[in-house]
Design a protein around this ligand. Structure first.
Ligand code: CDP
Length: 218
């Protein structure tokens, strides 16, 4: 079997993780997983069950009844929650408001972390999130933390037409006890505040080369 790799891309909301991850996945011919979509899908499933997303005991009980399935779909993944496609609901206001409290519950993190590790079995992928380099794949040498100023992140989110409050989610994600958003010790930090998307991708490719990953010719 070909050796596989995992590239972890962490950072706060609207720092540019998704755009960079998608371009890198295309360039490296590997799959891309947005772990935030899994947390959003879990939050949606928990809301659908009627559980109070701010009650950790209720969230824990509901999380254990969630049936999560996935199928690889070329460079992406199709996700099912209790047999339903959560895709159309992932950006709902109710989901955006409850995802951080749901994601702070240890049982939810255990379930999603196991799921994410399973996705990487036997395949190379780029995974973006908050704790991918620090908790989910601490052994990968390919770790990035993409940052940007609050002002730029807010303006990017508004330009995307999103009305939720990413900065308040950042605060919740950074201060939670389990797997908080933080920079892994060995992560390469890229501040995208004054960089174009292409420049961020190039810095990431240079970092991967420096850490020994062979980049295929374009
Ligand atoms: O799109 P945006 O960067 O705003 O958020 P997202 O990647 O969709 O993640 C939504 C939420 O999921 C975050 O605010 C975190 O609460 C949670 N999350 C997490 O706890 N751990 C991850 N690895 C990814 C997301």
């Amino acid at each position: 079997m070909m050796p596989t790799f995992v590239i972890a891309i962490d950072g706060p909301a609207a720092s540019g993780k998704s755009s960079v991850s998608k371009l890198l996945a295309r360039r490296l011919h590997c799959a891309h997983v947005n772990s935030g979509a899994l947390y959003r899908a879990a939050a949606w499933g928990i809301l659908e069950s009627g559980a109070d997303p701010t009650d950790p005991a209720a969230v824990t009980a509901a999380a254990h009844t969630l049936q999560l399935d996935w199928a690889p779909d070329r460079q992406d993944f199709t996700l099912l929650v209790n047999g339903q496609d959560p895709g159309p609901h992932l950006r709902d206001a109710a989901v955006a408001a409850s995802v951080s409290p749901v994601a702070s519950v240890p049982a939810v993190r255990d379930i999603i972390t196991a799921f994410l590790r399973h996705m990487a079995e036997g395949r190379s992928l780029i995974m973006e999130g908050r704790d991918i380099g620090s908790v989910v794949f601490p052994e990968t040498p390919y770790k990035f933390y993409i940052d940007a100023s609050e002002e730029i992140r807010l303006s990017r989110r508004l330009a995307q037409g999103e009305t939720d409050s990413p900065l308040s989610r950042d605060r919740q994600d950074s201060t939670r006890k389990t797997a908080p958003l933080k920079i892994a010790e060995d992560a390469l930090v890229i501040d995208s505040t004054h960089l174009s998307l292409d420049a961020v991708v190039q810095q990431a490719l240079d970092g991967l080369t420096a850490r020994g990953l062979a980049i295929p010719a374009e």
